[in-house]
Design a protein around this ligand. Structure first.
Ligand SMILES: *Cc1c(COP(=O)(O)O)cnc(C)c1O
Length: 412
């Protein structure tokens, strides 16, 4: 049966998550399908940022380190994030960029598996993870080697030479979801450690790090978690590794007694050893607002709606935009899909620009992927209908085929 816009408004009316949409600011008329790249702004973030600036910084100044709990903020945010990813409160800490946490986690893991030289990574992964590990290997100069394996090659690549796997749970481009439990289990059978990158899964779907016996994990807060542009990342270290996993960027925030100001380094025995130095407090504080919203939402409902939004988007693309050479790259099987839909098209770049011009925000990933992220807390079913409707008009009229849509900016 062919779907109509009415079907989508009915779905919205029955959506158990519909109340959350009002907690986010979105410009009038915009359909925002890029929350997998930069999450929308929670309305309360603005007030929180002003409070930190005016009161905590302006009025209370240095006193705020104690009075406002600035020093413990990285732990408090960690404890909140832990609830979303199947971790204990004291296994997660916030700080630095994702790439830096990849560096720290892989360095710690290699140290724990001294003698083993192989690191499994996905070559098509978001490149910063690979770049950071390439830099680390060069710096260590101990003959480590990356074994690149794509999603269907990872299991076979695992053997007793592997020190660590550093792989991403949901692929940034295709949206493919890997089997965290099976991969982690096989890695452990061969004595390897596993680090999962959760950039496209934290806040997008239920994650169960301890249920899967994961060793370490990293993730960012500015995508699905709506932490704000450039907000800090987080790192998870399983409790059994505390005191054994020691990262090498041994700044004072990772010292056993930072305010003893000792000459020599002594590592903390908990996840705070993965801290390095003073963090950007305004950004940290603002990102807490996004986390607090998630703690009130049911992650199973988020997953249910996310799958349905993506299913409907795919169905509408196929029903209403056929004949335009679109190919759905994202797996259809729910078991191996994250919360985005990737479509390949040789004209992907100008089509995305024309869509943005029509106030439907997606993004383009070279060489030919149009990427649409679905964030169930603020994307509605009607948005899905309207987005495809606007895409259909652009395709049927050929209006994407204009020079103004072919100019490439510095960020795509
Ligand atoms: C977005 C993303 C990052 C971001 O890295 P930063 O160092 O925080 O800029 C890293 N890894 C993956 C897989 C990502 O999707």
């Amino acid at each position: 049966m062919t779907l109509t816009r009415e079907d989508f408004t009915t779905l919205d009316n029955n959506d158990p998550l519909r109340e959350f949409r009002d907690e986010f600011y979105l410009p009038e008329g915009m359909i925002y399908l890029d929350g997998n790249s930069l999450g929308a702004m929670p309305k309360a973030a603005r007030a929180r940022a002003l409070e930190v600036i005016d009161q905590e910084w302006g009025e209370d100044l240095i006193k705020s380190w104690n009075k406002a709990g600035w020093f413990e903020l990285v732990e408090r945010l960690g404890a909140k994030t832990a609830k979303l990813i199947g971790a204990e409160a004291d296994e997660v800490i916030h700080g630095d960029a994702t790439g830096l946490n990849v560096y720290k986690a892989v360095a710690a893991a290699l140290d724990m598996r001294a003698g083993r030289k192989k690191i499994i990574m996905e070559g098509s992964n978001f490149p910063t993870d690979n770049y950071m590990v390439q830099g680390l290997i060069k710096q260590l100069d101990q003959g480590h080697e990356i074994v690149f394996a794509e999603h269907d090659e990872i299991m076979d690549a695992i053997n007793d030479d592997v020190a660590v796997l550093c792989i991403t749970h949901v692929h940034y481009k295709t949206g493919r979801l890997l089997d965290m439990e099976a991969i982690t289990k096989k890695a452990h059978e061969h004595g390897a450690l596993v680090i999962w990158d959760l950039c496209h899964s934290a806040g997008a779907l239920p994650v169960d790090l301890n249920g899967c016996n994961v060793d370490m994990a990293v993730g960012c807060t500015y995508k699905y978690l709506n932490g704000g542009p450039g907000s800090q990342a987080f790192v998870f270290v399983a409790k059994r590794h505390h005191g054994k996993a020691v990262q090498p960027l041994t700044g004072w925030w990772s010292h056993e007694a930072p305010f003893a100001f000792e000459r020599d380094y002594r590592p903390r025995k908990d996840v705070r050893q993965f801290s390095t130095g003073t963090e950007p407090i305004i950004s940290l504080a603002t990102s807490e607002v996004g986390l607090d919203i998630f703690l009130r939402a049911d992650m199973q409902e988020i997953r249910k709606k996310s799958l349905k939004l993506c299913d409907l988007f795919i169905q509408l693309i196929e029903e209403r935009c056929s004949g335009h050479g679109f190919e759905i790259v994202t797996p259809r099987d729910h078991k191996v899909r994250g919360s985005q839909v990737a479509i390949s098209s040789e004209n992907g770049f100008p089509i995305i620009q024309a869509l943005i011009d029509a106030n439907v925000i997606g993004d383009f990933r070279a060489p030919d992927i149009m990427r649409f992220g679905f964030t169930p807390l603020y994307v509605s079913y009607t948005d899905v209908w309207d987005a495809v409707d606007r895409l259909k008009k652009i395709m049927d009229s050929g209006s994407w085929d204009q020079d103004k849509f072919k100019q490439v900016g510095s960020v795509t």
